[in-house]
Ligand binder design. Structure first.
Ligand code: FAD
Length: 410
Protein backbone atom coordinates (compact mmCIF):
# COMPACT_ATOMS: atom_id res chain seq x y z
CA UNK A 1 0.00 0.00 0.00
CA UNK A 2 1.55 3.29 -1.15
CA UNK A 3 4.94 1.64 -1.33
CA UNK A 4 4.26 -0.58 1.71
CA UNK A 5 3.38 -4.26 1.97
CA UNK A 6 1.53 -6.14 -0.70
CA UNK A 7 -1.94 -7.39 0.22
CA UNK A 8 -3.03 -10.90 -0.65
CA UNK A 9 -6.58 -9.86 -1.69
CA UNK A 10 -8.14 -6.46 -2.30
CA UNK A 11 -11.93 -6.48 -2.54
CA UNK A 12 -13.35 -3.50 -4.42
CA UNK A 13 -16.81 -2.66 -3.06
CA UNK A 14 -18.11 -3.20 0.46
CA UNK A 15 -21.72 -4.16 -0.28
CA UNK A 16 -23.16 -7.48 0.82
CA UNK A 17 -21.21 -9.34 -1.90
CA UNK A 18 -17.85 -7.69 -1.20
CA UNK A 19 -18.08 -8.08 2.57
CA UNK A 20 -19.17 -11.71 2.24
CA UNK A 21 -16.20 -12.40 -0.03
CA UNK A 22 -13.82 -10.69 2.39
CA UNK A 23 -15.26 -12.65 5.31
CA UNK A 24 -15.19 -16.03 3.54
CA UNK A 25 -11.59 -15.49 2.43
CA UNK A 26 -10.48 -14.25 5.87
CA UNK A 27 -12.17 -17.14 7.66
CA UNK A 28 -10.25 -19.44 5.29
CA UNK A 29 -7.02 -17.83 6.45
CA UNK A 30 -6.39 -15.29 3.69
CA UNK A 31 -5.35 -11.68 4.24
CA UNK A 32 -7.92 -9.21 2.83
CA UNK A 33 -8.47 -5.46 2.42
CA UNK A 34 -11.81 -3.95 1.35
CA UNK A 35 -11.92 -0.61 -0.50
CA UNK A 36 -15.37 1.04 -0.53
CA UNK A 37 -16.26 4.19 -2.42
CA UNK A 38 -18.86 5.52 0.04
CA UNK A 39 -17.75 7.53 3.06
CA UNK A 40 -19.01 4.74 5.34
CA UNK A 41 -19.97 1.09 5.00
CA UNK A 42 -23.80 0.97 4.84
CA UNK A 43 -26.87 -0.54 3.15
CA UNK A 44 -30.24 0.97 2.26
CA UNK A 45 -33.31 0.88 4.52
CA UNK A 46 -35.19 -2.04 3.02
CA UNK A 47 -35.63 -5.77 3.52
CA UNK A 48 -33.96 -8.77 1.97
CA UNK A 49 -35.19 -12.32 1.53
CA UNK A 50 -32.56 -14.95 2.24
CA UNK A 51 -33.24 -18.45 0.99
CA UNK A 52 -31.49 -21.56 2.40
CA UNK A 53 -28.72 -21.38 -0.21
CA UNK A 54 -27.66 -18.18 1.60
CA UNK A 55 -28.60 -18.93 5.23
CA UNK A 56 -26.67 -22.22 5.03
CA UNK A 57 -23.52 -20.18 4.37
CA UNK A 58 -24.30 -17.59 7.04
CA UNK A 59 -24.58 -20.52 9.42
CA UNK A 60 -21.17 -21.79 8.39
CA UNK A 61 -19.68 -18.30 8.95
CA UNK A 62 -21.21 -18.23 12.43
CA UNK A 63 -23.71 -15.45 11.68
CA UNK A 64 -27.05 -17.21 11.33
CA UNK A 65 -28.11 -17.29 14.96
CA UNK A 66 -27.51 -13.54 15.26
CA UNK A 67 -29.32 -12.89 12.00
CA UNK A 68 -32.30 -14.86 13.29
CA UNK A 69 -32.34 -12.75 16.45
CA UNK A 70 -32.94 -9.61 14.34
CA UNK A 71 -34.64 -11.22 11.33
CA UNK A 72 -37.85 -13.12 10.88
CA UNK A 73 -38.65 -16.67 9.83
CA UNK A 74 -41.78 -16.64 7.71
CA UNK A 75 -44.01 -19.72 7.56
CA UNK A 76 -45.17 -19.35 3.98
CA UNK A 77 -44.11 -17.87 0.65
CA UNK A 78 -47.38 -16.80 -0.96
CA UNK A 79 -48.31 -15.79 -4.49
CA UNK A 80 -51.56 -13.82 -4.58
CA UNK A 81 -53.62 -12.13 -7.26
CA UNK A 82 -53.09 -8.36 -7.04
CA UNK A 83 -56.40 -7.59 -8.75
CA UNK A 84 -58.72 -10.06 -7.05
CA UNK A 85 -56.92 -10.20 -3.71
CA UNK A 86 -57.03 -14.02 -3.62
CA UNK A 87 -54.24 -16.51 -2.96
CA UNK A 88 -52.91 -18.37 -6.01
CA UNK A 89 -50.37 -20.74 -4.40
CA UNK A 90 -48.00 -20.99 -1.48
CA UNK A 91 -44.80 -22.74 -0.49
CA UNK A 92 -44.51 -24.24 2.98
CA UNK A 93 -41.39 -22.82 4.68
CA UNK A 94 -41.94 -24.85 7.88
CA UNK A 95 -40.57 -28.23 8.97
CA UNK A 96 -40.64 -30.05 5.59
CA UNK A 97 -38.73 -27.14 4.03
CA UNK A 98 -36.14 -27.16 6.79
CA UNK A 99 -35.74 -30.91 6.52
CA UNK A 100 -35.22 -30.68 2.78
CA UNK A 101 -32.77 -27.79 2.69
CA UNK A 102 -31.08 -27.98 6.08
CA UNK A 103 -31.35 -24.22 6.60
CA UNK A 104 -34.23 -21.77 7.07
CA UNK A 105 -35.80 -19.07 4.87
CA UNK A 106 -35.17 -15.75 6.61
CA UNK A 107 -36.19 -12.16 5.91
CA UNK A 108 -33.95 -9.47 7.36
CA UNK A 109 -33.23 -5.79 7.17
CA UNK A 110 -30.41 -5.19 4.71
CA UNK A 111 -28.47 -3.09 7.17
CA UNK A 112 -28.73 -5.85 9.82
CA UNK A 113 -27.12 -8.38 7.46
CA UNK A 114 -24.57 -5.80 6.30
CA UNK A 115 -23.68 -4.96 9.94
CA UNK A 116 -23.21 -8.64 10.79
CA UNK A 117 -20.92 -9.16 7.79
CA UNK A 118 -19.00 -6.01 8.69
CA UNK A 119 -18.52 -7.12 12.27
CA UNK A 120 -17.52 -10.60 11.07
CA UNK A 121 -14.91 -8.99 8.80
CA UNK A 122 -13.54 -6.88 11.66
CA UNK A 123 -13.25 -9.91 13.92
CA UNK A 124 -11.53 -11.91 11.17
CA UNK A 125 -8.94 -9.14 10.74
CA UNK A 126 -10.10 -7.73 7.39
CA UNK A 127 -8.79 -4.20 6.71
CA UNK A 128 -11.78 -1.96 5.90
CA UNK A 129 -11.29 1.34 4.10
CA UNK A 130 -14.24 3.59 3.23
CA UNK A 131 -13.91 6.66 0.98
CA UNK A 132 -11.74 4.78 -1.51
CA UNK A 133 -13.23 5.20 -4.98
CA UNK A 134 -11.28 2.74 -7.13
CA UNK A 135 -10.62 4.20 -10.56
CA UNK A 136 -8.20 1.70 -12.06
CA UNK A 137 -7.02 -1.86 -11.56
CA UNK A 138 -4.01 -3.09 -13.53
CA UNK A 139 -2.95 -6.74 -13.33
CA UNK A 140 0.62 -7.73 -14.23
CA UNK A 141 2.78 -10.83 -13.90
CA UNK A 142 3.47 -10.40 -10.16
CA UNK A 143 0.33 -8.78 -8.82
CA UNK A 144 -2.25 -6.05 -9.28
CA UNK A 145 -2.01 -2.27 -8.89
CA UNK A 146 -5.19 -0.67 -7.57
CA UNK A 147 -5.61 3.09 -7.87
CA UNK A 148 -8.27 5.24 -6.24
CA UNK A 149 -9.60 8.73 -6.89
CA UNK A 150 -7.72 10.16 -3.89
CA UNK A 151 -4.45 9.36 -5.69
CA UNK A 152 -3.55 6.45 -3.44
CA UNK A 153 -2.31 3.09 -4.71
CA UNK A 154 -2.52 -0.47 -3.37
CA UNK A 155 -0.64 -3.56 -4.48
CA UNK A 156 -2.08 -7.03 -4.06
CA UNK A 157 -1.91 -10.54 -5.46
CA UNK A 158 -5.55 -10.63 -6.56
CA UNK A 159 -8.60 -8.35 -6.76
CA UNK A 160 -12.21 -9.28 -6.14
CA UNK A 161 -14.37 -6.83 -8.11
CA UNK A 162 -17.60 -6.55 -6.11
CA UNK A 163 -18.51 -3.08 -7.33
CA UNK A 164 -22.15 -3.78 -8.16
CA UNK A 165 -24.54 -3.41 -11.09
CA UNK A 166 -22.69 -0.42 -12.58
CA UNK A 167 -19.30 -2.08 -12.04
CA UNK A 168 -16.38 -0.11 -13.40
CA UNK A 169 -14.06 -3.13 -13.21
CA UNK A 170 -16.32 -5.28 -15.38
CA UNK A 171 -15.06 -3.16 -18.28
CA UNK A 172 -11.84 -5.21 -18.07
CA UNK A 173 -13.89 -8.13 -19.38
CA UNK A 174 -16.86 -6.78 -21.25
CA UNK A 175 -18.09 -3.58 -22.85
CA UNK A 176 -21.73 -4.40 -22.11
CA UNK A 177 -24.07 -1.98 -20.34
CA UNK A 178 -26.86 -2.65 -17.82
CA UNK A 179 -30.13 -3.47 -19.58
CA UNK A 180 -33.16 -1.50 -18.43
CA UNK A 181 -36.32 -3.57 -18.01
CA UNK A 182 -38.64 -0.54 -18.07
CA UNK A 183 -39.86 -1.59 -14.62
CA UNK A 184 -39.26 0.48 -11.53
CA UNK A 185 -39.35 -0.40 -7.81
CA UNK A 186 -40.39 1.67 -4.82
CA UNK A 187 -39.49 0.08 -1.52
CA UNK A 188 -38.90 0.66 2.13
CA UNK A 189 -39.34 -0.67 5.65
CA UNK A 190 -41.71 1.34 7.84
CA UNK A 191 -42.75 0.99 11.51
CA UNK A 192 -45.30 -1.78 11.64
CA UNK A 193 -48.02 0.48 13.04
CA UNK A 194 -47.80 2.84 10.07
CA UNK A 195 -48.45 -0.05 7.67
CA UNK A 196 -52.23 0.09 7.45
CA UNK A 197 -52.64 -2.75 4.95
CA UNK A 198 -50.68 -5.75 6.18
CA UNK A 199 -50.82 -9.36 5.04
CA UNK A 200 -50.49 -12.17 7.60
CA UNK A 201 -47.27 -11.38 9.47
CA UNK A 202 -46.00 -14.95 9.10
CA UNK A 203 -46.16 -14.72 5.31
CA UNK A 204 -43.96 -13.31 2.60
CA UNK A 205 -46.57 -12.32 0.01
CA UNK A 206 -46.06 -11.34 -3.61
CA UNK A 207 -49.25 -9.87 -5.06
CA UNK A 208 -48.93 -10.28 -8.83
CA UNK A 209 -50.84 -8.76 -11.73
CA UNK A 210 -50.54 -7.44 -15.29
CA UNK A 211 -47.44 -5.24 -15.37
CA UNK A 212 -47.26 -4.93 -11.58
CA UNK A 213 -46.36 -6.73 -8.38
CA UNK A 214 -46.27 -5.84 -4.72
CA UNK A 215 -44.29 -7.65 -2.02
CA UNK A 216 -44.98 -7.52 1.73
CA UNK A 217 -43.26 -9.04 4.76
CA UNK A 218 -42.34 -8.18 8.31
CA UNK A 219 -38.83 -7.47 9.63
CA UNK A 220 -37.01 -7.08 12.95
CA UNK A 221 -39.21 -9.45 14.95
CA UNK A 222 -42.36 -7.64 13.88
CA UNK A 223 -41.19 -4.06 14.51
CA UNK A 224 -40.97 -3.10 10.84
CA UNK A 225 -42.98 -3.85 7.73
CA UNK A 226 -41.23 -4.09 4.36
CA UNK A 227 -43.06 -3.27 1.15
CA UNK A 228 -41.90 -3.26 -2.45
CA UNK A 229 -44.00 -2.02 -5.37
CA UNK A 230 -42.84 -2.81 -8.88
CA UNK A 231 -44.53 -1.74 -12.10
CA UNK A 232 -43.97 -1.40 -15.84
CA UNK A 233 -43.67 2.23 -16.85
CA UNK A 234 -45.70 3.30 -19.87
CA UNK A 235 -43.70 6.50 -20.06
CA UNK A 236 -40.49 4.44 -20.40
CA UNK A 237 -42.07 2.52 -23.28
CA UNK A 238 -42.94 5.81 -24.92
CA UNK A 239 -39.31 6.90 -24.63
CA UNK A 240 -39.78 9.62 -22.00
CA UNK A 241 -36.61 10.61 -20.14
CA UNK A 242 -38.45 11.12 -16.86
CA UNK A 243 -40.30 7.91 -16.15
CA UNK A 244 -41.55 5.81 -13.26
CA UNK A 245 -42.59 8.76 -11.08
CA UNK A 246 -45.11 8.65 -8.20
CA UNK A 247 -47.96 9.60 -10.58
CA UNK A 248 -47.27 6.46 -12.61
CA UNK A 249 -47.04 4.39 -9.42
CA UNK A 250 -50.54 5.48 -8.39
CA UNK A 251 -51.85 4.82 -11.89
CA UNK A 252 -50.23 1.37 -12.08
CA UNK A 253 -51.96 0.21 -8.87
CA UNK A 254 -55.24 1.95 -9.56
CA UNK A 255 -56.97 -1.28 -10.61
CA UNK A 256 -55.45 -3.42 -7.82
CA UNK A 257 -57.60 -4.82 -5.02
CA UNK A 258 -58.20 -2.40 -2.09
CA UNK A 259 -55.52 -4.08 0.08
CA UNK A 260 -52.76 -3.66 -2.51
CA UNK A 261 -53.92 -0.22 -3.68
CA UNK A 262 -54.01 0.99 -0.07
CA UNK A 263 -50.60 -0.48 0.72
CA UNK A 264 -49.12 1.20 -2.36
CA UNK A 265 -50.41 4.53 -1.04
CA UNK A 266 -48.38 4.01 2.14
CA UNK A 267 -45.06 3.70 0.29
CA UNK A 268 -42.37 6.28 0.69
CA UNK A 269 -41.87 8.11 -2.57
CA UNK A 270 -38.51 9.79 -2.07
CA UNK A 271 -36.44 7.11 -3.81
CA UNK A 272 -37.04 4.68 -6.65
CA UNK A 273 -34.99 1.98 -8.33
CA UNK A 274 -35.29 1.39 -12.09
CA UNK A 275 -34.79 -2.34 -12.60
CA UNK A 276 -31.74 -3.44 -14.58
CA UNK A 277 -29.92 -6.65 -15.31
CA UNK A 278 -27.26 -7.69 -17.82
CA UNK A 279 -26.70 -10.57 -20.17
CA UNK A 280 -24.66 -13.37 -18.57
CA UNK A 281 -20.95 -13.45 -19.40
CA UNK A 282 -18.78 -16.53 -18.91
CA UNK A 283 -15.43 -14.80 -18.48
CA UNK A 284 -15.14 -13.40 -14.97
CA UNK A 285 -11.37 -13.21 -14.60
CA UNK A 286 -9.07 -10.57 -16.11
CA UNK A 287 -5.31 -11.07 -16.29
CA UNK A 288 -5.55 -14.20 -14.11
CA UNK A 289 -5.85 -11.96 -11.03
CA UNK A 290 -9.05 -9.88 -11.11
CA UNK A 291 -12.31 -11.76 -10.52
CA UNK A 292 -15.86 -10.42 -10.66
CA UNK A 293 -18.33 -11.25 -7.88
CA UNK A 294 -21.97 -10.49 -7.02
CA UNK A 295 -23.89 -7.96 -9.11
CA UNK A 296 -20.68 -6.96 -10.90
CA UNK A 297 -20.59 -10.50 -12.33
CA UNK A 298 -24.28 -11.37 -12.71
CA UNK A 299 -26.80 -8.59 -12.00
CA UNK A 300 -30.31 -10.00 -12.18
CA UNK A 301 -33.89 -8.81 -11.99
CA UNK A 302 -34.96 -9.33 -8.40
CA UNK A 303 -37.99 -11.54 -9.04
CA UNK A 304 -36.44 -14.68 -7.55
CA UNK A 305 -35.06 -12.65 -4.60
CA UNK A 306 -31.64 -14.15 -5.27
CA UNK A 307 -29.13 -11.39 -6.13
CA UNK A 308 -27.61 -11.17 -2.66
CA UNK A 309 -28.03 -14.92 -2.08
CA UNK A 310 -26.03 -15.63 -5.23
CA UNK A 311 -23.35 -13.14 -4.12
CA UNK A 312 -23.00 -15.11 -0.86
CA UNK A 313 -22.69 -18.31 -2.89
CA UNK A 314 -19.97 -16.64 -4.99
CA UNK A 315 -18.10 -15.70 -1.81
CA UNK A 316 -18.20 -19.26 -0.54
CA UNK A 317 -17.17 -20.75 -3.89
CA UNK A 318 -14.27 -18.31 -4.19
CA UNK A 319 -12.97 -19.11 -0.70
CA UNK A 320 -13.27 -22.85 -1.36
CA UNK A 321 -11.46 -22.54 -4.68
CA UNK A 322 -8.61 -20.58 -3.10
CA UNK A 323 -8.36 -23.04 -0.21
CA UNK A 324 -8.11 -25.92 -2.68
CA UNK A 325 -5.26 -24.28 -4.67
CA UNK A 326 -3.63 -21.69 -2.39
CA UNK A 327 -0.41 -21.63 -4.42
CA UNK A 328 -2.05 -21.15 -7.80
CA UNK A 329 -4.40 -18.17 -7.70
CA UNK A 330 -4.99 -18.20 -11.46
CA UNK A 331 -6.21 -21.80 -11.28
CA UNK A 332 -8.31 -21.01 -8.20
CA UNK A 333 -10.03 -18.05 -9.90
CA UNK A 334 -10.66 -20.16 -13.00
CA UNK A 335 -12.20 -22.92 -10.86
CA UNK A 336 -14.38 -20.35 -9.08
CA UNK A 337 -15.68 -19.03 -12.41
CA UNK A 338 -16.26 -22.53 -13.77
CA UNK A 339 -18.40 -23.38 -10.76
CA UNK A 340 -20.37 -20.15 -10.59
CA UNK A 341 -20.87 -18.68 -14.09
CA UNK A 342 -23.19 -21.38 -15.51
CA UNK A 343 -25.34 -21.44 -12.39
CA UNK A 344 -25.73 -17.67 -12.07
CA UNK A 345 -26.50 -17.41 -15.80
CA UNK A 346 -29.37 -19.79 -15.20
CA UNK A 347 -30.60 -17.70 -12.27
CA UNK A 348 -30.38 -14.49 -14.34
CA UNK A 349 -32.39 -16.03 -17.16
CA UNK A 350 -34.96 -17.60 -14.86
CA UNK A 351 -35.46 -14.29 -13.05
CA UNK A 352 -36.54 -12.70 -16.33
CA UNK A 353 -38.94 -15.53 -17.13
CA UNK A 354 -40.35 -15.49 -13.60
CA UNK A 355 -40.94 -11.73 -13.94
CA UNK A 356 -42.73 -12.23 -17.26
CA UNK A 357 -44.95 -14.85 -15.63
CA UNK A 358 -45.74 -12.63 -12.64
CA UNK A 359 -46.61 -9.69 -14.88
CA UNK A 360 -48.59 -11.66 -17.46
CA UNK A 361 -52.00 -10.72 -18.73
CA UNK A 362 -54.94 -12.51 -20.38
CA UNK A 363 -54.57 -16.12 -21.43
CA UNK A 364 -50.97 -16.46 -20.19
CA UNK A 365 -52.07 -15.32 -16.73
CA UNK A 366 -55.03 -17.71 -16.77
CA UNK A 367 -52.79 -20.64 -17.73
CA UNK A 368 -50.28 -19.65 -15.04
CA UNK A 369 -53.01 -19.53 -12.39
CA UNK A 370 -54.32 -22.92 -13.48
CA UNK A 371 -50.86 -24.43 -13.16
CA UNK A 372 -50.32 -22.85 -9.76
CA UNK A 373 -53.69 -23.96 -8.44
CA UNK A 374 -52.72 -27.62 -8.58
CA UNK A 375 -49.43 -27.24 -6.73
CA UNK A 376 -48.85 -28.73 -3.32
CA UNK A 377 -47.24 -26.33 -0.78
CA UNK A 378 -44.60 -28.97 -0.08
CA UNK A 379 -43.73 -29.61 -3.72
CA UNK A 380 -40.16 -28.33 -3.75
CA UNK A 381 -39.37 -29.66 -7.23
CA UNK A 382 -39.20 -26.12 -8.62
CA UNK A 383 -36.87 -24.73 -5.93
CA UNK A 384 -34.31 -27.52 -5.48
CA UNK A 385 -32.00 -26.18 -8.18
CA UNK A 386 -31.93 -22.79 -6.45
CA UNK A 387 -32.11 -23.55 -2.73
CA UNK A 388 -30.15 -26.82 -2.67
CA UNK A 389 -26.47 -26.89 -1.70
CA UNK A 390 -23.76 -26.63 -4.36
CA UNK A 391 -22.25 -30.10 -4.96
CA UNK A 392 -18.95 -29.13 -3.29
CA UNK A 393 -20.66 -27.75 -0.24
CA UNK A 394 -22.65 -30.93 0.11
CA UNK A 395 -19.52 -33.05 0.00
CA UNK A 396 -17.49 -30.93 2.41
CA UNK A 397 -20.07 -30.02 5.03
CA UNK A 398 -23.22 -32.02 5.55
CA UNK A 399 -26.13 -29.81 6.60
CA UNK A 400 -26.23 -29.40 10.34
CA UNK A 401 -29.21 -31.15 11.90
CA UNK A 402 -31.33 -28.11 12.49
CA UNK A 403 -34.00 -27.86 15.09
CA UNK A 404 -33.66 -24.66 17.03
CA UNK A 405 -35.43 -22.25 14.65
CA UNK A 406 -39.01 -21.63 15.68
CA UNK A 407 -41.36 -20.84 12.82
CA UNK A 408 -44.10 -18.32 13.18
CA UNK A 409 -47.05 -20.63 12.82
CA UNK A 410 -46.68 -24.24 11.88
P1 FAD B 1 -23.88 -3.67 -4.32
O1 FAD B 1 -24.81 -3.86 -3.19
O2 FAD B 1 -24.29 -2.77 -5.42
O3 FAD B 1 -22.50 -3.16 -3.71
C1 FAD B 1 -21.49 -2.61 -4.52
C2 FAD B 1 -20.59 -1.77 -3.61
O4 FAD B 1 -19.47 -1.35 -4.34
C3 FAD B 1 -21.31 -0.51 -3.11
O5 FAD B 1 -21.10 -0.40 -1.71
C4 FAD B 1 -20.62 0.60 -3.89
O6 FAD B 1 -20.57 1.83 -3.18
C5 FAD B 1 -19.23 0.02 -4.09
N1 FAD B 1 -18.52 0.54 -5.25
C6 FAD B 1 -19.01 0.72 -6.50
N2 FAD B 1 -18.05 1.20 -7.30
C7 FAD B 1 -16.93 1.32 -6.54
C8 FAD B 1 -15.61 1.77 -6.82
N3 FAD B 1 -15.25 2.19 -8.04
N4 FAD B 1 -14.70 1.76 -5.81
C9 FAD B 1 -15.05 1.33 -4.56
N5 FAD B 1 -16.29 0.91 -4.25
C10 FAD B 1 -17.21 0.89 -5.24
N6 FAD B 1 -31.40 -10.11 -3.41
C11 FAD B 1 -31.72 -11.13 -2.57
O7 FAD B 1 -30.91 -12.04 -2.37
N7 FAD B 1 -32.94 -11.17 -1.93
C12 FAD B 1 -33.88 -10.18 -2.11
O8 FAD B 1 -34.96 -10.23 -1.51
C13 FAD B 1 -33.57 -9.10 -2.99
N8 FAD B 1 -34.47 -8.12 -3.22
C14 FAD B 1 -34.17 -7.09 -4.06
C15 FAD B 1 -35.12 -6.09 -4.29
C16 FAD B 1 -34.85 -5.04 -5.16
C17 FAD B 1 -35.90 -4.00 -5.43
C18 FAD B 1 -33.56 -4.97 -5.78
C19 FAD B 1 -33.21 -3.85 -6.70
C20 FAD B 1 -32.61 -5.96 -5.56
C21 FAD B 1 -32.90 -7.03 -4.71
N9 FAD B 1 -31.97 -8.06 -4.45
C22 FAD B 1 -32.29 -9.10 -3.63
C23 FAD B 1 -30.65 -8.04 -5.11
C24 FAD B 1 -29.55 -7.56 -4.17
O9 FAD B 1 -29.91 -6.33 -3.61
C25 FAD B 1 -28.23 -7.40 -4.91
O10 FAD B 1 -28.00 -8.50 -5.74
C26 FAD B 1 -27.05 -7.29 -3.94
O11 FAD B 1 -27.26 -6.24 -3.05
C27 FAD B 1 -25.75 -7.12 -4.71
O12 FAD B 1 -24.69 -6.93 -3.80
P2 FAD B 1 -23.27 -6.51 -4.34
O13 FAD B 1 -22.42 -6.37 -3.11
O14 FAD B 1 -22.83 -7.39 -5.43
O15 FAD B 1 -23.48 -5.07 -5.01
Amino acid sequence: TDGGDIDEFVVVGGGIGGLAAALALAVAGRQVRVLERASRFAEIGAGLQLAPNATRLLDRWGLLDRLLAVGHRPSRLVLADALRGTELAWLDLGTPFLERYGAPYVVAHRSDLHDLLLEGCRKAGVALEPARDVTEVVPDADGVTVRSADGRTNRCLAVVAADGLHSRLRALLSDDEPICSGYVAYRGAIPIDSARHRADLDDVVAWIGPGVHFVQYTLRAGALYNQVAVFRSERYRQGAADWGGPDELAQAFDTACPHVRGAAEDLRLDARWPMYDREPIDRWVAGDRVALLGDAAHPMLQYLAQGACQALEDADALARAVAAQPDDLAAALAAYTAERAPHTARVQRNARVWGDLWHADGLTAALRDDGLAGRSPTDYGATDWLYGAAPDQRASSPARAHGPYPTGRR
